[in-house]
Design a protein around this ligand. Structure first.
Ligand SMILES: [Zn+2]
Ligand SMILES: [Zn+2]
Length: 216
């Protein structure tokens, strides 16, 4: 599995393309906003002769959904989100101007992600981890064979996602990290929604927000 990352938009969000040797790919959290960002994403897809099969959102905060309309229209693919992110996606339009974003193109989900299901990328399979707390229907995508985790805004390099936005909850987030992420192998690479990559083992040892064990 190849993981290609881009950092887009004023909120410096990480957009990911996952593909395998079949040239099938999925796009996760396209944050491309400016014309040149959309061109950068499309150029990679064209240069690698990739076939876009699906559009996935880990969650629907504005910085992660800015390029949804572009991807849906250009590649004629369905947008998959967790059902509990529907209200978050709808709110993006209202929230965008508060971040200085005046050209957000609204979009709707086509399909809901089954948190017990899987998503195919060519011959590879991603499993879904339901990891609420930063947002109510946040999911992460895990490829066990390559030990790759597309984590969205749950766990960052020595930090965690904020929990002060609507539907956020600190205890829920810490529980998600301990129960769903820290139970993965230590050498899993975490590709977060912001900032550099890290590993599960490194964060278990050094992340100041996750040092204390769960008290329940
Ligand atoms: Zn977020
Ligand atoms: Zn974000």
């Amino acid at each position: 599995m190849v993981v290609k990352s881009f950092t887009f938009n004023p909120l410096q969000e990480n957009t990911y393309i996952l593909h395998d040797e079949t040239k099938s790919c999925v796009i996760v959290d396209p944050g491309c906003y400016e014309k040149d960002e959309k061109e950068t994403l499309a150029a990679y897809i064209a240069a690698n002769s990739l076939q876009v099969k699906a559009l996935l959102n880990t969650h629907c905060h504005i910085d992660h959904v800015l390029g949804n309309s572009f991807v849906k229209e250009k590649y004629k693919v369905a947008l998959h989100i967790h059902q509990r992110e529907e209200a978050v996606l709808r709110a993006a339009k209202v929230i965008a101007p508060h971040y200085g974003i005046y050209h957000y193109e609204e979009n709707e989900a086509d399909d809901f992600i089954d948190e017990n299901g899987t998503i195919a990328v060519g011959n590879q399979v991603l499993s879904i981890l339901f990891v609420p707390g930063h947002s109510p229907g946040h999911v992460a995508f895990y490829h066990a064979e390559s030990k790759t985790l597309i984590a969205g805004d749950v766990l960052f390099y020595n930090s965690i996602g904020r929990t002060d936005l609507p539907g956020g909850n600190y205890d829920t987030l810490i529980e998600s990290i301990h129960q769903k992420l820290f139970t993965l192998p230590d050498d899993v690479t975490v590709y977060p929604g912001h900032g550099p990559e890290t590993t599960i083992g490194f964060e278990k040892q050094t992340n100041p927000f996750c040092a204390l064990p769960l008290n329940k």
